[in-house]
Design a protein around this ligand. Structure first.
Ligand code: MTE
Length: 330
């Protein structure tokens, strides 16, 4: 069980992102926000609906209800029903329908997040304190799973950079490691003796990837509080990487100097790299990554579309990898 007692109050006055983010990234973020703000309330309709599924605390429901509308994209949003019933969350089983069925029993209130490693302000913080200063924005992103299916999901969240800055990463920090809750009593997949992966689930990003303006922490989707099966109460969303990087139900964020040992990379290093950038030119050893099935399919076919470099976000993120051999750092 995670600790639920608050040990340290989060400083109320966060460092400006411009103080810790490379200027080019900061400027592109400003441009992104500017172009994105209030240009369309495509999904605003969901905002006032009551949250379904778990009993989110009223303060969180209020915060979710007060989000900024997102930027429409020129692709159909995946119907909510599909995004909340076709899931990968191995802690609840490996079948796509398992998470929705088994995650309802997960207790997500109270929730706290441990912040440690190379930071000046480590501590264990209640979710409410983690979220307090952050206005929620809607971000409509493509989600491309390494298994070659994809969806378009309207997330509600805030830039991870804004949260990380509050803890004052030290100069030696080069990576950020994230850990999912370990609670076998409520997560049947963690009790399985035949699991293909180790628990707790761990993911990681290079610090500059973590600070990139497209990287968000989500607490909601479709205008509502995040359902358990999608990673309540707090998950990462990194839209230019394969979905397995977008770790769910986070209880720990650690700043490190070394590249974190991540779950899928540990389980099959030749199949799953640390970077896991969406890349149609680098196949998975067992299948092609050139195309993807955009869900849902129809009676007439599987809706197969070409996969785009960095999942279509190359303009925003390609600079992060300049000079790197992406077939080696897959
Ligand atoms: N996080 C945890 N803790 N456990 C998981 O099994 N699966 C990942 C990712 N985050 C996973 C996880 C994978 S493979 C994908 S594709 C996405 O979650 C799926 O997110 P979704 O179910 O919200 O679509």
């Amino acid at each position: 069980m995670p600790k639920t007692t608050r040990q340290t109050k989060i400083p109320g006055d966060p460092v400006l992102p411009s103080e810790i983010t490379p200027e080019s990234v900061y400027l592109s973020r400003r441009a992104f926000m500017h172009s994105g703000m209030r240009t369309g309330a495509l999904l605003g309709v969901g905002a006032m609906m009551p949250a379904l599924g778990w009993a989110a605390p009223a303060w969180l429901q209020d915060q979710v209800g007060a989000h900024e509308p997102g930027t429409p994209i020129d692709e159909d949003i995946t119907p909510e029903h599909h995004a909340t019933s076709y899931n990968n969350f191995y802690e609840f089983g490996t079948d796509k329908s398992d998470p929705k069925r088994h995650a309802q029993q997960l207790t997500t209130d109270p929730w706290s997040v441990q912040i440690d490693g190379l930071v000046n302000r480590p501590g264990t913080y209640d979710l409410e304190d983690i979220l307090a200063p952050h206005a929620l924005e809607e971000r409509i992103y493509r989600l491309r799973c390494v298994e070659a299916w994809s969806m378009v999901i309207p997330w509600l969240g805030f830039p991870l950079a804004d949260l990380l800055a509050r803890f004052e990463p030290q100069g030696s920090a080069r990576y950020v490691e994230f850990t999912t809750l370990y609670r076998p009593a409520e997560m049947p997949g963690q009790r399985s003796r035949f699991s293909s992966i180790e628990y707790p689930y761990v993911e990681g990003l290079r610090l500059d990837e973590a600070m990139h303006p497209l990287t968000i922490l989500a607490v909601g989707m479709y205008g509502k509080v995040l359902p358990n099966q999608n990673g309540a109460p707090l998950r990462l969303v990194v839209p230019w990487k394969y979905g397995f990087k977008s770790i769910k139900s986070i209880v720990r964020i650690r700043f490190t100097e070394q590249e974190p040992q991540t779950t899928w990379h540990k389980s099959a290093p030749q199949e799953y790299g640390f970077y896991a950038n969406v890349n149609p030119n680098v196949d998975h050893p067992r299948w092609s990554q050139r195309t993807e099935r955009r869900l849902p399919g129809s009676l007439f076919g599987s809706n197969r579309i070409p996969t785009r470099m960095f999942n279509g976000y190359a303009d925003a993120v390609a600079d992060l990898y300049r000079g790197m051999d992406l077939s080696r750092y897959y």
